[in-house]
Design a protein around this ligand. Structure first.
Ligand SMILES: [Zn+2]
Length: 119
């Protein structure tokens, strides 16, 4: 996952964005199939990311672009104070890549930018 405020080797950032090679437009925008970011030149082939325009999550195991994560989460419906509410039943939940079925660790979910509240 590309992060704002972090410095990258320009060629490495081009690869992370999904570009074939380092093709920078006006030395500021990296436009690739996986990400489009605005970066500032810091000299010596190093650039600092100032804005992420778009970024497609990529599975850390198989490298596939994914827009779905399968989970084993179980939800109970509970009747409380006259209303039906949703309650998460188990606290241990497995998250899997739909492409390779590899289990995604909390650290990998961090890398992919999945917020804690919805895990
Ligand atoms: Zn995968």
């Amino acid at each position: 996952m590309i992060e704002v405020g972090k410095s990258y080797d320009a060629e490495e950032l081009a690869k992370l964005c999904g570009q074939e090679e380092d093709e920078r437009y006006g030395h500021h925008a990296f436009v690739g199939e996986r990400a489009t970011v605005i970066a500032q030149d810091e000299g010596n082939g190093v650039v600092k990311v100032v804005q992420i325009i778009s970024q497609t999550p990529v599975c850390p195991s198989c490298g596939e672009k994914i827009d779905t994560i399968h989970t084993s989460r179980t939800i109970n419906l509970i009747h409380k104070d006259g209303k039906w509410l949703e309650e998460q039943a188990d606290h241990y939940c497995i998250s899997q890549c739909p492409a390779c079925s590899e289990e995604l660790s909390p650290e990998e979910l961090d890398l992919m930018g999945v917020p804690n509240e919805i895990r």
